[in-house]
Design a protein around this ligand. Sequence first.
Ligand SMILES: CC(C)(COP(=O)(O)OP(=O)(O)OC[C@H]1O[C@@H](n2cnc3c(N)ncnc32)[C@H](O)[C@@H]1OP(=O)(O)O)[C@@H](O)C(=O)NCCC(=O)NCCS
Length: 185
Amino acid sequence: MAGLPVIERYLARPRDVRALGDIERIFFQSSGTTTFESDEARAAFQERWLQRYLTHDAAHAFLAVVNPGRGDEAVAGYLVGSLDDPARASRFDDLGYFKTMAELTARYPAQLHVNIDADWRGLGVGRALVDAFCDHARAAGAPGVHVFTGRGMRNVRFYEAAGFAEAGAVAWNGHEIVMLARGLG
Ligand SMILES: CC(C)(COP(=O)(O)OP(=O)(O)OC[C@H]1O[C@@H](n2cnc3c(N)ncnc32)[C@H](O)[C@@H]1OP(=O)(O)O)[C@@H](O)C(=O)NCCC(=O)NCCS
């Protein structure tokens, strides 16, 4: 019987192929987009919402690991993020909404993406990952953190319980996305 997952820095597992496989599986399981026009489109989607954070911001990524150090260890959830203001960091130029929210991203520059394996949701694992990232961002001097999600999504309640509140909203790809922000002062 597995105990609750343990939160670890992603960098504590250099070149851990099994962990990477788990992260990729949870990413596609959790994302709203399930079919892709081509392999290239699927790869671009993964690059945009997951891989570039592991490439450029590995120091800010966290894993929730079940049975760490045992033969049956597995990743139950992950969080990737960045501390750089995305309205001013050119690697995020592909997401135009950051620049339209530049005043807010200056106040809440850190950003995160968190996903939990469906079997492990509702047990506090997502909250533990968000809290670990916020502690880390605060210690690094970030004044605030934000996430974007769809208006009315169930995860809004999750972020509100973790201290986030709506700071703004913008139309993107034909629907409204909201910016939820939390100060780290
Ligand atoms: C949203 C998510 C990260 C929360 O992590 P978690 O470990 O399940 O959440 P916690 O146990 O810490 O907190 C529970 C709250 O999370 C939310 N939540 C729980 N299960 C959820 C699910 N299947 N889908 C969406 N939100 C869920 C609810 O608001 C829940 O509160 P409630 O019990 O009052 O309904 C996780 O459920 C998940 O990965 N969902 C699917 C993908 C997603 O929405 N990712 C965030 C993209 S911005």
